[in-house]
Design a protein around this ligand. Structure first.
Ligand code: SAH
Length: 692
């Protein structure tokens, strides 16, 4: 019994460069001939339309993949998808083969990893012997697997999973529970390939053969359709590929207003399909690009940045987290997870990799319980932290980002959360690692290999120069979300993309980084602020002496920067000064704007010897925007009003002068008086002499 192939499919398969044909050529050491000696080989048995294996081969260029598929009609679609790729995948080949014959083709101990999605045995005959996960077949896979090989079951069907577990032989290798999360955050272009193929055949004069549709074949085709339906249903929960409607909506969103494009003197930013997007300089908080940045949208897994931040702030990497029953069972089975079991123990460091690389929901839950004492308390902590950071459009209802109505944030809020997160070196390191291996645990003798889903990191498809770290997110409600940090020179840019369709979350980010790095410059305020500096500041320095210091009192903090368009110069930015009401160490802040848009600031601090002098007094004279002088309580008195200061100085000098004059006058008077008396006495003595 076999499924009828589409006419012509065998020919196409026969000529395809993506398919290995000759069983003799394949047999024995085939892998070494094709891929070389020491390459890791993964196979997918029953690869379907090739979606998963193509995604994996794209994500891991260093690993070699073989897709095995029994049915030509299915294999055809995979071939066509390979033909559509812009760049070929040299690490992937297909074989049309029945899994039953697998030991005839592969050598013993050859394969490092086997992926098995057994959506194939629909419930009616799932115990059938010749099904992919049947005990009989599993024993065959066992023979071709390396001693430390891994069999990964990926399914979102809990029943099928337990069926496979029951069938699993007590072999040396381990079955890893792997979920459909593997489909997350990938970007293969899907589309209805089958239809396209049929069209191609009909235009070439080849039609699907109808004359042979016997009753049995009709049944088989119906069964096949049912299977495809099942398959579609399976994939649906994790399907990141936009429907036509979703793609059209994204296209429409390119017409939305981009607020930053309306600023005078601002470079024109790109039009994106994202519902909202922001590009923020990480040190200054200056916003270079903004589109609908305060809209409340679903963050999806970018939520885990906050979860990670709280974990890092409230625990050490060595803390041991024990996974509770709730952490495993309160998370939707088909959602993103890395297969942790109840009672399993991971260090906080391993948890953080699971959280930020593996985007594991059960790990987010366990971290929340551990850090918060209770899950609910952790959610409160998340909301408090968000509020403290200044988030106005954020409310967290869970620790992982699974869709809930009252779980939302905005691109702006997410950028300030990310800004805080990425200042934490550990978090940035973890969120920027391309891969991580969780070593065996108390419940799991096998390693778990995790790969970052962020495809802009080094070695991935959308690799971008300067990308340091980030977090991906996807749910069918949120669509794609993406947070990324990139640095070139001293410019550190955070990009947040919300509600975009794959793979444009990466391309949008790329466009915004190009825009930021090419069109903007970061300038140090202390180095460039000439407006309030006097070259010969002796007069004012003398004044400092008057109020008791021989050093300058105030200076611009050398860490103050502004980020402005490259076409602008420092002096194009307007500056205003505001006084701190909390006092030390900063006295006031210089805030810079272009067209009333914040571009950065610098505090003015009590000076120490190392910082630049700032002639504070002159601000009143130069700037119209200055806020009137006020005396800051509990502060040293600072004379800010030049006029007052000058008047006081003049008044002091006048007083001194007056005193001097008086003293001089008195002395003169006294002196002359004495001389007169001396003269009198002299004359008196003369007369005396004359008289006697
Ligand atoms: N692994 C794919 C598809 C799973 S559906 C994915 O995760 O998307 C199972 C696939 O196995 C189907 O494409 C089916 O045609 C194929 N298949 C079923 N029995 C097989 C066998 N004995 N040998 C090889 N492939 C088989």
């Amino acid at each position: 019994m076999r499924l009828r192939n589409i006419t012509g499919s065998r020919e196409i398969i026969g000529q395809s460069p993506f398919v290995l044909h000759d069983p003799e050529q394949l047999k024995g050491r085939f892998a070494k001939e094709v891929f070389g000696n020491d390459h890791e080989i993964h196979i997918e048995i029953g690869m379907g339309k090739g979606r998963f294996i193509m995604e994996m081969a794209t994500l891991h260029p260093e690993i070699n993949y073989i897709g095995i598929e029994k049915y030509s009609s299915v294999l055809l679609r995979a071939i066509q998808k390979m033909e559509q790729l812009e760049t070929p995948l040299p690490n992937l080949v297909f074989i049309r083969m029945d899994a039953e014959t697998i030991t005839e083709v592969f050598d013993h101990n050859e394969i490092a990893k086997i992926y098995l999605n057994f959506s194939d045995p629909w419930p009616k005959d799932r115990h059938a012997k010749r099904r992919l996960p049947s005990r009989e077949f599993l024993h065959r896979y066992e023979q071709i697997m390396a001693p430390e090989g891994i069999l990964e079951f990926k399914t979102d069907n809990a029943d099928l999973f337990s069926f496979a577990l029951a069938e699993a032989p007590e072999a040396g290798w381990k079955i890893l529970k792997q979920t459909t999360d593997l489909h997350h955050d990938t970007d293969m272009n899907q589309g209805n390939i089958m239809t396209e193929y049929e069209e191609r055949f009909s235009s070439a004069g080849n039609k699907i053969s109808k004359c042979v549709l016997s009753r049995v074949i009709t049944k088989m085709i119906l069964a096949f359709l049912m299977a495809s339906l099942l398959l579609t249903e399976t994939v649906k929960a994790v399907n990141t590929v936009p429907t036509e409607e979703q793609a059209a909506a994204a296209e429409n969103r390119k017409r939305m207003r981009v607020e930053s494009n309306e600023l005078t003197g601002w470079p024109e930013g790109p039009l994106l399909g994202a519902e909202s997007a922001i590009l923020m300089e990480a040190d200054t908080g200056a916003i270079l690009y903004e589109k609908n940045i305060h809209a409340r949208l679903y963050p999806a897994s970018t939520t885990k940045l906050m979860t990670g931040l709280l974990a890092l702030e409230n625990s050490t990497m060595e803390d041991v987290v024990t996974f509770s029953h709730d952490s495993i069972y309160n998370i939707e089975y088909s959602s993103s997870r890395i297969g942790i079991d109840v009672g399993e123990q991971l260090t906080m460091e391993q948890c953080l990799y699971g959280l930020l690389l593996g985007s594991a929901n059960e790990v987010a839950y366990a971290i929340a319980e551990y850090i918060g004492g209770s899950y609910d308390h952790f959610i409160e902590m998340m909301n408090e932290r968000a509020e403290a950071l200044g988030c106005k459009d954020t409310h967290f209802a869970n620790a992982n980002g699974l869709p809930q109505k009252d779980h939302y944030t905005s691109a702006y809020d997410l950028a300030i959360i990310a800004k805080e997160c990425f200042q934490n070196d550990s978090l940035a390191t973890i969120a920027g690692s391309t891969k991580y291996t969780i070593p065996p645990t108390n419940k799991q003798p096998e390693e778990r290999k995790l790969d970052n889903h962020h495809l802009m990191l080094p070695g991935f498809k959308y690799e971008y120069e300067g990308v340091i770290c980030g977090k991906t997110g996807y749910t069918s409600e949120a669509r794609q979300t993406l947070v990324t940090l990139a640095q070139r020179g001293d410019m550190r840019l955070i990009c947040v993309i919300m509600r975009e369709e794959a793979p444009d979350q990466f391309l949008d980010t790329q466009k915004l980084f190009d825009y930021g790095f090419n069109q903007f410059q970061k300038m140090n305020v202390a180095d460039n602020e000439k407006k309030y500096m006097l070259d010969a500041a002796t007069f004012f320095r003398t004044n400092y002496d008057i109020i008791g210091s021989s050093k300058p009192i105030l200076s611009i903090n050398p860490n103050g920067y502004i980020v402005i368009p490259k076409i602008s110069s420092f002096t194009d930015a307007d500056v205003a000064i505001t006084y701190s009401d909390h006092g030390n160490p900063d006295v006031a802040t210089l805030t810079y704007t272009i067209d009333d848009h914040f571009v950065g600031n610098a505090t003015i601090d009590y000076a120490d010897n190392s910082t630049r002098t700032f002639e504070f007094a002159n601000i009143l004279v130069d700037s119209e925007k200055v806020i009137p002088q006020k005396v800051i309580p509990d502060h040293k008195i600072i004379f800010i009003d030049t006029n007052k200061l000058v008047i006081r100085v003049v008044f002091c000098l006048a007083c001194i002068f007056a005193v001097l004059v008086i003293i001089y006058g008195i002395r003169r008077y006294v002196t002359s008086d004495r001389r007169r008396q001396r003269m009198k006495r002299k004359r008196f003595r003369k007369w005396n002499k004359k008289l006697f």
